[in-house]
Design a protein. Structure first.
Length: 135
């Protein structure tokens, strides 16, 4: 028989965590995240921009890492929430990249591409925060 799992609503709780623990966790995650970006950077610089774009955009290294961390620190219910919001927030990422790509096609200066994409991202992010996270 299938039993539907009922997850408690996510909370933004704080615990008594020392600065040492926070810095250790930050350092560990910084190194892993930096390694992921470094691998894609090497592919980009020495091999192929399309392959780097494929690896960064399609192969979910960062998501796999965050899912693993979530599973080990918060459990499967939080993994479900992480997956849901990662999927929903992907629309923001795709829109951002789409704006930059479209503006590159018009030979617009990259600065303007990133400024417009960032402005749209901020507006969409505010709507996302108010309507998707505040369920």
């Amino acid at each position: 028989n299938y039993v539907k799992r009922v997850c408690p609503p996510p909370t933004m709780t704080t615990t008594n965590v020392s600065w040492s623990e926070l810095l250790t966790a930050f350092g560990k995650h910084f190194l892993v995240g930096g390694a992921i970006i470094a691998i894609v950077g090497v592919i980009l610089e020495h091999f192929s921009s399309p392959v780097a774009g494929l690896v960064y955009g399609a192969f979910p290294l960062g998501f796999i890492y965050l899912f693993w961390v979530t599973y080990h620190t918060k459990g499967l219910c939080e993994c479900s929430m992480l997956s849901k919001h990662t999927l929903l927030a992907t629309v923001l990422f795709v829109t951002y990249v789409g704006i930059v790509w479209a503006m590159c096609k018009t030979e617009c200066h990259p600065l303007w591409s990133f400024l417009l994409a960032t402005a749209v991202f901020i507006v969409m992010g505010i709507f996302y925060y108010h309507y998707a996270l505040e369920e």
